[in-house]
Structures are given as structure tokens and as C-alpha cells.
Design a protein. Structure first.
Length: 423
């Protein structure tokens, strides 16, 4: 059942919706000229509908949540409260990292609609750019800044405990978290209804995964961590399809899965998607376009993202940690030598644990994208089934290894060396 008064928009009615709201219409053009506006539904994600309206004054992006999962249909109902979460998360992210999120213009609870800044061409979805063979030299530093800023400033390292607790309640996001718990941590390991894979090439690999006790145990432990650890406000779905970029700008979109969870999950999702892109490169390479530079850059990007994140996170802790209740001034920020030594020791332990958890989450994310409901276009766009299966098998094996032997991968350098060796 949908919200009272809810109506699904289409390319026609979204014009009337915007024309009736002066604060939105000003981004497109005078409402009485709306017949000349163009509208396109561009939703290429799994879940929602997204309209781009263009007129003489410019363009606007309007996103609407229907009461079900778009790729499945009405048989899979889904809370429309996800749009409130997306609006509140965009606003929270904008307070910490305004240069990396689209501006939110409005949130309409009745119609389950948000309107936001249109990210004009040449911005494209990074996953699409990667499939085309692009390199994004500033992606790693920009995402490192986004992750460090949003995760640090919403954690108990930066917030008093009363504010932290009320944030956890505001971003509980029960149904979206249950969806993630199901599609990432459970369904890939049993014959769930919506799973699919490249068949018959990967049939044996999928059977082996379902019989893999160590993988099942590791997935269940990560699921518990995902559900129990309320550490910071996560984006919750930070894959390369949630990033729009050019060579010089980077925007993170689509935080409808935002909730208070383990920082490692956000860090891992983006790193895993870069690794999936890496394992897909051989399926896109040709004699004329061997893509060697892109292949090297993807692994460098993984290292630079982790290194940049760890450095920026530590810097924020040094500068702002005295504001949070977990690293109170008395413990870590006095002028005494002991205070500084305690802070540095705590930072090292914190980041070591975050990395260990991130390696496991990376494995789970890679596995689900090969055998679960939602695959990645990086692989799906490889037309030849046999070529695609080779790329997918490498990603699946590597993902399984990270999932099960997470603590054996001590650094981002080791991670990328092992990814190179898996190829
Ligand atoms: P979903 O929640 O269904 O995954 P997204 O928020 O990811 O939806 O949006 C789907 C697509 O709409 C994106 O892949 C992108 O092409 C386009 N899009 C979304 N937000 C914007 C925006 N602010 N500006 C331009 N295009 C956008
Ligand atoms: C029904 S699963 C859909 C997937 O797409 C979203 O972007 C999330 O990654 C989710 O797991
Ligand atoms: Mg999306
Ligand atoms: Mg989404
Ligand atoms: Mg994923």
C-alpha cells in the first residue's frame, strides 16, 4: 500500500507537478511555457523512477519512489519512506561535504518525491565511464574526502552521545537494511528466487559456493556486523552506479539505504565495485584498445582511495576529535604526552579494525554481484558469455577469498597485488 494521497508520476504529470511549484519551476522555466519543456525518465537503477526536465531556464532532476522494487515489480513491495531517508541523508552529507553531493531542492512526503540539482553532461555515471574505458584521476581523493567527512563527522568520535543516539533513531531505515541483509548476506549462498548467474559456465562455481561452509559462516558474521554496529551515518549503497563524475568533479547520489552502520561497509562497497570493474576489463579490452592503463589505474585508485581515506580520517580526528564523547578531551586531547600517545594508538587500532572488516565486506559485495539478484553492468555488458564467465569467475573466486580470509589481507597494497595475481 502506498502513502495516502500518493500518485505515481509519468513524463506528462511530472511537468504539472513541477509547474505547480514555483521553487522548482524556476530551475526549468516559466510554468505557462511548460508545453515546450522536455522530460525524460532516466532511471537506470534497480529501485526508483528518475525524471529529468529541461526548459529555457535550465534543468531539474525529480526522483520518485513507488511502493515496490522497480526491477522486480509489485511482487516485491518496498517502503516509500526511503525517499525521506534519501532527503535527510543528502542534507546531512551536504553539511560535511557539499562539493560532492547534488543540492536538495525539495522533499514531498505525500508524493514520495525529491527534487534535486541536475548533474549536467559531461557528468555521467562512473560505472558507465569505466565501461567506456575512462580513467578518473580525481575519483580517489574526492571519494576519500566524502567518506572521511561523512563517516567521521556523524560518528561518536565527533558527536556528543545524545546527538549520536538521536541520529541512529532518525536513520533507522529498517526495510532498506532488511533488503541489504537479504540480497547481500543471505541470498547469494542459497538458491533464492531472484538469484541468477551466467549459465551453464558458472553452474559449478555457484554450487560450490552454496556448499561452502566457511563462506556461509563469514557471510553470517558480516551480516551480524552490518545489523549490530551503529558506528556512523553510512551512504549505504556506495557503488560506482551511485557516483556521477567528470575528470574534475565527483558527486555521490542515491543515499536511500543510509543508516547508522559499520564504516567499513561504505568503504568496502566502493572498493569492491572498483575491483569488479578491474576484473571486467579483460572482457572489454581488444587488440586495438588493450586498456592496460585503465587496468593499472583501477588498482592504483583502490590503494589511493584507502590511503587518502585513512589519512583524512586521522586528520579529522586530530582536529575535531575533542568534540566527540568517545575520545573525550580528557582521554586523547590534553596537552600531555600521554593524551597524544593514547590518541595515536587508538587511531591505529581503529583503522586496522576498519580495514579488516572492509576486506570481508568487499568479498561479500563481489560475490553478490556475480550470483545474486543485482549484477553489475561492467560484467553484463560483456556480450560473449564465455568471455564474461571467465571475468566473473575471477571476481567470484577473489571475492570468496576476501570474504573467508579477510584478516589475511593486511594492506591495500597486498589486496591489489593479490587481485593482479588472480587475473
Ligand atoms: P535508483 O535509486 O533507482 O538506483 P538513482 O538515484 O541511482 O536511482 O538514479 C538513477 C539514474 O538517474 C542515475 O543512474 C542517473 O543516470 C540519473 N540521475 C539520478 N540523479 C541524478 C541527478 N541529480 N542528475 C542527473 N542525473 C541523475
Ligand atoms: C533488489 S536488490 C537492488 C540493489 O540495487 C541497489 O542499488 C542496491 O545495491 C540493492 O542491493
Ligand atoms: Mg542508484
Ligand atoms: Mg537507489
Ligand atoms: Mg553492491
Amino acid at each position: 500500500t502506498s502513502h495516502p494521497g500518493f500518485e505515481a508520476l509519468d513524463c506528462d504529470s511530472v511537468k504539472s507537478y513541477v509547474a505547480a511549484r514555483p521553487a522548482l519551476a524556476k530551475h526549468v522555466g516559466p510554468p505557462d511555457g511548460r508545453d515546450s519543456w522536455t522530460v525524460e525518465e532516466v532511471g537506470d537503477g534497480n529501485i526508483n523512477f528518475v525524471y529529468i526536465l529541461e526548459g529555457p531556464a535550465g534543468a531539474l532532476c525529480v526522483k520518485q519512489a513507488l511502493p515496490f522494487v522497480r526491477v522486480v515489480g509489485e511482487s516485491w513491495p518496498l517502503t516509500q519512506d526511503r525517499v525521506r531517508i534519501e532527503a535527510e541523508a543528502l542534507a546531512a552529507e551536504a553539511t560535511h561535504c557539499p562539493q560532492h553531493v547534488p543540492a536538495l531542492y525539495s522533499y514531498d512526503a505525500r508524493m514520495c518525491v525529491i527534487a534535486m540539482q541536475y548533474l549536467a553532461l559531461p557528468h555521467i555515471i562512473v560505472r558507465k565511464g569505466l565501461i567506456e574505458g575512462r580513467i578518473y584521476p580525481l575519483l580517489a581523493p574526492h571519494l576519500a574526502a566524502f567518506l572521511a567527512g561523512t563517516l567521521f563527522h556523524t560518528s561518536l568520535l565527533a558527536l556528543p552521545s545524545d546527538e549520536f543516539r538521536s541520529n541512529i533513531a532518525r536513520f533507522t531505515n529498517v526495510d532498506m537494511c532488511r533488503l541489504t541483509e537479504q540480497v547481500i548476506f543471505t541470498d547469494p549462498y542459497h538458491p533464492a528466487q531472484h538469484n541468477w548467474h551466467t549459465t551453464p559456465q558458472l553452474d559449478g562455481d555457484v554450487a560450490a559456493l552454496r556448499a561452502d561452509v566457511a563462506a556461509r559462516v563469514a557471510a553470517s558474521q558480516l551480516k551480524a556486523k552490518f545489523t549490530q554496529q551503529h558506528q556512523a551515518l553510512l551512504h549505504g549503497d556506495l557503488h560506482t552506479g551511485s557516483i556521477m563524475a567528470t575528470g574534475s568533479t565527483t558527486y555521490v547520489i542515491d543515499p536511500e539505504f543510509a543508516y547508522y552502520g559499520p564504516m567499513a561497509f561504505d568503504v568496502a562497497k566502493i572498493l569492491a565495485n572498483l575491483l569488479l570493474a578491474f576484473f571486467s576489463v579483460d572482457g572489454h579490452a581488444s587488440a586495438a584498445d588493450p586498456r592496460s592503463e585503465q587496468r593499472r589505474w583501477l588498482l592504483a585508485c583502490v590503494r589511493e582511495l584507502w590511503g587518502g581515506f585513512a589519512a583524512r580520517f586521522t586528520q579529522l580526528w586530530d582536529e575535531h576529535g575533542h568534540k566527540g564523547d568517545v575520545c573525550a578531551a580528557e582521554l586523547f586531547h590534553g596537552s600531555s604526552r600521554e593524551g597524544t600517545a593514547a590518541r595515536q594508538e587508538a587511531q591505529g587500532q581503529f583503522l586496522a579494525e576498519l580495514w579488516r572488516d572492509a576486506v570481508g565486506f568487499m568479498g561479500a559485495v563481489m560475490v553478490r554481484r556475480i550470483v545474486g539478484i543485482a549484477h553489475v553492468a561492467d560484467m553484463e555488458s560483456i556480450a560473449d558469455d564465455n568471455v564474461r564467465a571467465v571475468c566473473e569467475r575471477r571476481a567470484l573466486c577473489f571475492g570468496r577469498k576476501l570474504l573467508v580470509q579477510g584478516s589475511g589481507v593486511a594492506s591495500a597494497e597486498q589486496l591489489t597485488e593479490e587481485a593482479e595475481a588472480e587475473r
